[in-house]
Every structure is written in C-alpha cells, then in structure tokens.
Design a protein around this ligand. Structure first.
Ligand code: ATP
Length: 507
C-alpha cells in the first residue's frame, strides 16, 4: 500500500532519523538550518545512486569521461559565467507575517484583484484584505499582498583565500577618516573582493574550463561528454522539504559537446536517456515527467530546456534540468580567458568556405541532476506499508522500503535463527565470503528473527539469508525476498552467485 501524501513526508523524515539515513547537522548544538549529515545507511544509498549514474554515463559509453574538479575556482570563472552578476534570486519580505521568500516561486495572483489573509499570518489573527500589486503574486505563507519591493540576492557563498585579513586592513585604512557612506561601501567592497573566492554553486563550470585539457589528453572526438559529481553550495533564500532544497547539496552533471546544428537531436537523445534512467530505479514510472520550459523561464543563452520532474508529496518539482546551452559557455570562457576553446574537425568541410577542415565552438547539452534530491526521490518512491492482522485481529503495519536492489544500502542480511548451535559461526563465515566478493552485507543476530526481518524490510535490504538448524546439516540457507517475503532454500555455495545474479539482472 502506498502512503497518503500528507503523511509520507513526516514518516520518511522520521524513518531517516530512526534508522540512520539522514541526521540534522550539529544536532547536539540545536542543529544548523538546512544542513544534513548522511548516516551509515544514507551514505550507502547516496553512493549507490551516484555509482549507478556514473556507470550509466561513463562506464557504459566510450565517448564520456569523468573529472573531479576543486570546489573553489578562480573568481574570473564566475565573472565569465555570469554567476557573479546574475546568480541571484529576487528576494521579497512579507510585511504582514515577516516571511522572506523568492518572488519567482511565490503563488501567482491577478494584479489589482482583492485577497484576504489573517493578520500576522496567525490562525487567530484579524481578517484583513489587500489588493495584489503589479508584481502579480502574494506571500506563500499567509497570502498577503502587503509586500516589500524585490531585492536581488546573490546565491554564491563567498569566502577569503590566503593569510590576509581584509577587514583588519580596511579598519586601518578608514579609521578616523571622514568618508561618505558611498566611499565607505566602495572601500569595504574593494577590500573584501581583494581575496574573495566562491564555493561553486554548480559543478558544471569546471567541465567548460577544462574542456581543452580533457579533449586533448583523452583524444576525445566530438560528440563527447565530460561528467562530474560533487558538492555545490547555494545560499538559498528559502530552504524547504527536508533535503529537497538545502544550502549544501550534491549534483551529478554532464556536459555533452556536439556539432552546431545537431543540438536538437542530442537534446532529444539525452531527455530520453535520462527519463529512462530515473524510471528504471523507481516503483512508479508515472511519477516522473518531462516538462519543457516556458519561454520566460529559460536562460537567455539556452535554445531549449526541459525539467525532469517528480511528483513529490507537495506536488511536481524538479529533479534534473536538461538544457541545450548553445555555445554560450565555451565562448564566454574563451572571451574572458583569452584561450581559444574550440574544436578542429579534420574530416569535415568548413560550411562557410567549403574547404576541408572545420574549426568551431561546440554546442552543449547539459543533463544536470541533483544527487541529494535523488536520495529523497528514491526514498519516497520506495516507501510502502503493508497492513496485516495479527492473531488477535489487531492491525500490524510492516514498513517496506522497496529500493531497487542496487540502490539498497545493504544487499543482504545474514541472519542466524538463534545465537547458538554453531549458527553464528556459520553466519559469520557466510558474511565474510560475501564481503570478499565485494557485496555489502549486514550480519545481524540480535532480537527475534521476525524483528530482524522487519528491520531489514524497513531499511530496504532486498535479501535476508537465514541460517537454521538444517544449514548445519546440509550446508543450505534460506533466501527471503524483501518484496514478496517468499523464501527459497539454496546451497550455501550458490548463495553469493544467486544474489550477484539478482543484483545484476534487477530490472
Ligand atoms: P530549482 O528550480 O529547484 O531551484 P534549479 O533550476 O536552480 O533548481 P539547477 O541549477 O538546474 O537547479 O541544478 C540542477 C539540479 O541540482 C536540480 O535539478 C536539483 O536536482 C539540484 N539542486 C539545485 N539546487 C539545489 C538545492 N538548493 N538543494 C538540493 N538540490 C539542488
């Protein structure tokens, strides 16, 4: 049975904490807003998603290679990419309830229409009315139209590099001087900018900046791609829905360089590939959709863009953006760095001159997915509850995390029925053999077998291998399937092969 949306998020957050998938960061100090730590099971799930993505993008193709770039890059990277000037969100304050929100994500309302809302946004507040302004939206929290003007807020985290203390130098320089507010601000900015570096807000730029190094060292021929996974940081105005939108998160991005004029064909190819990838690991393919961007939401340099969206408990939301970015990025970096970021195709004739050999700036298709968002999506997708009657007729709820076997934190649990009669020793022997084969298993001999099955169902372990008295006699074990609860008896010597085959053949 799938769980109603209203309950699902609360149940998921609670399961994540209870079972060790995700914890609040710095919890013993009261937590740090929107920062999360992945616990022993969460880190496995996240790594498994990342490695399935890497397998499908890099290992299964001969025209995509990976990189792992540093998080801090030369500040000119962000000048060239436009992030310093434009990576900002329109910030608005609600004068009624004091909520701070993003104008572009606020609920739309007809300019000039009347809206009603409660004073202070409180349940027992006085009923008030207001008129929607020209901006055409209201406060997402209380519905008020009494709002501040929009201010642009840059989403990049700034930090300083090197053993200099710009603020100390600043104080030395301005102390006792009679400066105007403008002069004071200009001096302060100049000092802070003097050693400023930024935490990357996306992993993509390194793939553009390293285009030539990668293309030349790996002798890549167009069309080819560069893939990268890693942390990104955005000082988001609104953080929401657990790990859906956080300040520090992980991305899985790939820049696919192609010949000008072929970008539509490749965009279609990558939207198909990526949609199929998401669906492959899910229990409900209809919860994923591809949404073309409206003209007004598309970046000015893109000639087409799609979002892969998931039907979250609060509605459809983005999982991955797939953009056709034209030759904008390479051209911008070429312009700012003075280095020619182009490709020479000896086999082709230049379309302008008709002569053999064509030098051009490649076009780019970028599938950019969120890894931490994928963790949330696959956890929500996998959450099921079975309600059964116990012997007294009471409802017993069995929570099952139906994670794709290759995403599951543990691939199998090794469970001796009892903690005696040589069963634990046999169990440890089997666990060691699995570990030697590179399969992550849990050896678990605490509590009753029923409780252990329930625990492993709840954390998504696809196979439970049980050692019982018969195991000691004829070297067999039972393998229980998480989703059907069916058990089959197999020789111990075949158990690893069987789990390996099921894992590799899963969907
Ligand atoms: P949104 O519209 O949700 O703010 P975006 O369009 O800004 O996302 P992109 O810049 O396209 O996102 O980034 C690619 C992917 O990175 C997104 O599809 C999402 O999965 C992930 N992502 C972006 N911002 C965050 C965040 N603050 N927290 C978690 N994941 C994020």
């Amino acid at each position: 049975m799938s769980v109603q949306n209203a309950d699902l998020m609360a149940k998921m957050v609670s399961l994540c904490k209870r079972r060790g998938f995700i914890f609040q960061s710095s919890e013993i100090y009261g937590g740090l807003k929107s920062c999360y730590d992945y616990g022993p099971l969460g880190v496995e799930l996240k790594r498994n998603i990342a490695s399935e993505w890497w397998r499908s993008m890099v290992y299964e193709r001969d025209n995509i290679v990976g990189i792992d770039a540093s998080i801090m890059m030369h500040p000119n990277v962000w000048r060239a990419s436009g992030h310093l000037a434009n990576f900002s969100d329109p910030l608005v304050d609600c004068k009624n309830c004091k909520e701070r929100f993003r104008a572009d994500k606020a609920p739309k309302a007809e300019p000039g229409s009347q809206v009603s809302f409660l004073e202070g946004g409180k349940k027992n507040g006085k009923s008030l009315t207001g008129v929607v302004g020209k901006s055409g939206y209201v406060c997402p929290h209380c519905g008020s139209s009494d709002l501040s003007d929009e201010r642009q807020f840059n989403g990049m985290f700034r930090t300083g590099m090197g053993a200099v203390e710009p603020l100390k130098e600043f104080v030395e320089e301005v102390y006792g001087k009679n400066l105007t507010k403008e002069e004071f601000t200009a001096k302060l900015n100049e000092k802070v900018e003097s050693n400023a570096v930024y935490l990357r807000p996306e992993t993509a730029q390194a793939m553009f900046v390293q285009f030539l190094n990668v293309q030349q060292t790996s002798s890549m021929k167009i069309p080819f791609g560069i893939a990268q996974q890693g942390k990104s940081f955005r000082n988001e105005i609104v953080v929401e829905h657990f790990i859906f939108r956080s300040l520090e998160f992980e991305q899985m991005e790939m820049e696919f360089f192609c010949e000008p004029g072929t970008q539509r064909e490749w965009l279609n190819y990558w939207t198909d590939e990526r949609m199929n990838w998401w669906k492959k690991y899910s229990n409900a393919a209809d919860k994923f959709r591809l949404r073309p961007h409206e003209a007004n939401e598309m970046a000015h340099y893109a000639d087409a863009c799609y979002d892969v969206e998931y039907d979250y408990p609060w509605g459809w939301g983005e999982l991955e953006g797939i953009a056709s970015r034209t030759d904008y990025d390479l051209k911008k970096h070429a312009e700012h760095s003075g280095v020619k970021l182009s490709y020479f195709d000896q086999q082709k004739n230049d379309p302008e001159t008709g002569k053999p050999g064509w030098r051009y700036t490649p076009y780019v298709i970028e599938p950019a997915a969120g890894l931490t968002r994928a963790v949330l999506c696959f956890l929500l997708d996998a959450y099921f509850e079975d309600v059964r009657k116990d012997k007294d007729g009471q409802d017993v709820v069995r929570t099952v995390l139906k994670l794709h076997p290759r995403l599951a934190p543990f691939k199998a649990a090794i469970l001796p029925l009892v903690k005696k009669d040589g069963q634990p020793e046999k169990g440890q022997e089997i666990a060691t053999a699995f570990r030697k084969a590179g399969i992550h298993v849990s050896y678990d001999d605490s509590q009753s077998i029923g409780k252990r099955y329930a625990r492993h169902d709840e954390i998504g372990t696809p196979y439970c291998i049980t050692i019982d008295p018969q195991s000691l006699v004829d070297d067999t074990v039972t393998i229980r399937d998480r989703d059907t609860a069916e058990q089959t008896r197999v020789p111990i010597k075949d158990a690893i092969k069987l789990v390996e085959t099921r894992l590799s053949e899963a969907k």
